[in-house]
Design a protein around this ligand. Structure first.
Ligand code: BGC
Length: 343
């Protein structure tokens, strides 16, 4: 079942709608046209009690003024591009340096501030679309983006990303949901598994150094379930740079989940599946309680964790990484599934 409600208007007067998709288990997902944002996901715990497992905002004002991309569809280039610069076929492109005037983070301030067009496809699926003009934020090509959100009867939220550009360009799309399977407090006691033997260490600007480092023997070893908080304060240079986990993991090739998170108290479990090669684990390190989120609750440090499926950061400048360049007219597509259950 899909219900459409108004979610107010942006400060500059653009109307925003919220589409709620609900399945027969009463699992429900709220998706906003602003930022094509997954705003809330209501799932049952082991006793059948529902909670919203996404950290974020209950007003458009929250998203507009304080966004750390909570639940948003992120692109054109999710994660960072070093020095806001890259070249394609010898042509240099300078893109918005929206992070400390040094790096381009999450494609600049375009998609996260766009109101997308929405259509209901069927009882459990909606499609959002947005066209980014050629040169937006400095990126080449007019790109038609389409993202579909489908809530299945097995409580899997499937997100399909499609894009076509009229010029050769780079595309890296993700969703920036902050999960908290307890629906309260912080996520340090959540258990996490990431199917990755290696990760990409970063420099002081959070740009991969180029090294693919084995996780074995490091705080980044999530190959077996481990509490997120276990090594988050470890005496480790990489943990120090990120103030916790803010790193790309190089996913092992597998048909199984890329990552699984589990909250022992509520029993809620999240499995993440993707066809992409990387996932950014970000543990809300830079949240500090000064921003007020849903229901007047402050967004405290580690209030949520993000598993941002993606190409590795800064790939346009790292020829040794798997590339995300698309030709003019070529169809970009990728898929990520967030599947909920209880244990
Ligand atoms: C980045 C973090 C950043 C967060 C919110 C994550 O993808 O890696 O460094 O603080 O997004 O912008």
């Amino acid at each position: 079942m899909i219900v459409k409600n108004s979610f107010g208007a942006t400060a500059d007067g653009r109307n925003v709608d919220c589409y709620t998709i609900k399945n027969s288990n009463e699992t429900a997902v709220d998706i906003l046209t602003y930022g094509a944002t997954v705003n809330s996901i209501y799932v049952a715990d082991k006793n059948g009690v529902f909670a919203d497992v996404l950290v974020g905002f209950d007003s458009i004002d929250g998203h507009e003024n304080h966004s750390d991309y909570e639940g948003m569809t992120v692109g054109r280039y999710a994660n960072r591009i070093a020095n806001g610069k890259f070249s394609i076929d010898g042509i240099e492109y300078n893109v918005e340096k929206n992070e400390k005037g040094i790096t381009c983070l999450h494609g600049g301030a375009e998609l996260s501030n766009a109101v997308w067009n929405a259509i209901i496809i069927d009882d459990n699926s909606i499609e959002m679309s947005y066209t980014s003009p050629d040169g937006a934020m400095g990126f080449p090509g007019k790109v038609d983006f389409k993202v579909t959100f489908t809530l299945h009867e097995d409580d899997a939220l499937k997100i399909n990303y499609f894009a076509v550009s009229d010029k050769k360009t780079v595309i890296n799309m993700t969703n920036h949901a902050y999960f908290n399977l307890a629906g309260k407090g912080d996520v340090l006691a959540h258990e996490l598994m990431i199917n990755a033997d290696a990760y990409t260490p970063i420099d002081g600007n959070s740009i991969p150094t180029g090294e693919i480092r084995k996780v074995e023997g490091t705080p980044f070893d999530f190959r077996q379930f481990k509490a997120i908080g276990k090594d988050i304060g470890a005496d480790d240079e990489q943990i120090a740079i990120g103030k916790g986990y803010d790193h790309n993991f190089c996913l092992n090739d597998s048909d199984g989940p890329a990552a699984v998170a589990y909250d022992p108290e509520s029993g809620r479990m999240l499995e993440v599946y993707t066809d992409l090669c990387g996932v950014q684990l970000y543990t809300g390190n830079f949240l500090d309680g000064t921003i007020i989120g849903k229901q007047g609750k402050p967004l405290i440090q580690h209030a949520g964790f993000c598993l941002e499926t993606q190409y590795y950061p800064n790939t346009p400048n790292m020829p040794e990484f798997p590339q995300c360049t698309v030709e003019a007219g070529e169809k970009f597509k990728s898929c990520t599934v967030f599947k909920f259950s209880v244990k």
